[in-house]
Ligand binder design. Structure first.
Ligand SMILES: [Zn+2]
Length: 206
């Protein structure tokens, strides 16, 4: 199963046998936008009381996201268990803070929210482990730009929330395309590991 994390839906999951689920954060998007504009106003003031207020708001936001991430990660792992998933694929977002990587819109949108996305992934990781499910991180490049029908890669394929392949015309929800491509990448790299014998059970039995 592949998981795409993002601003629109907090997470979208897609399994190898094409079962998918959208995990929305409810009012979270609006709340976070409110915090964002408050932060902007306070930052431009720069006074001591503004700084204190800024600290208070960021603490509130952190607690809110923590609660939401706990709830969503629980739902995601529950979905994975129900669908008999053995491996959960996630995007490796660690490199995303690197300024040289700020090239695609997908990477840019992780800018301020990256800690919350990383936290959600970490929660998924340990809840999955408790359920006996492996998590695997894959390179996030082009996961939102690659057509799942013809493999054509272009940033023109993606227009905010919708995906439409400029070559073959395939259309779908952009976040779901992300999750499907992450699932593909995860499966590919698991096969490679298996092929190289890294996952063979005989090694552990030996
Ligand atoms: Zn296509």
């Amino acid at each position: 199963m592949g998981i795409d994390v993002g601003m629109n839906y907090l997470a979208v999951a897609s399994t190898t046998d094409k079962k998918c689920s959208f995990f929305a954060g409810g009012e979270i998007k609006n709340l976070r936008n409110q915090y964002k504009s408050m932060r902007k106003r306070l930052q431009s003031k720069g006074t001591l009381s503004a700084k204190r207020m800024l600290k208070y708001i960021s603490g509130k936001e952190k607690r809110l996201m923590r609660d939401v991430n706990h709830t969503i990660s629980k739902e995601i792992v529950k979905f994975a268990v129900e669908k008999g998933v053995s491996v959960i694929g996630l995007e490796d977002l660690k490199g995303i803070r690197d300024s040289t990587l700020y090239k695609t819109p997908k990477k840019r949108r992780y800018d301020h929210s990256s800690w919350a996305f990383r936290q959600l992934q970490t929660f998924i990781e340990y809840k999955a482990r408790e359920a006996g499910i492996i998590t695997h991180y894959v390179d996030p490049s082009y996961t939102s730009q690659t057509c799942i029908r013809c493999n054509h890669i272009s940033k023109n394929n993606r227009n905010r929330l919708s995906f439409r392949c400029e070559k073959c015309g395939y259309e779908n929800n952009a976040d779901l395309i992300g999750a499907i491509n992450i699932e593909h990448k995860t499966r590919d790299s698991r096969y490679i590991l298996e092929f190289q014998g890294c996952l063979s059970a005989t090694q552990t039995n030996a």
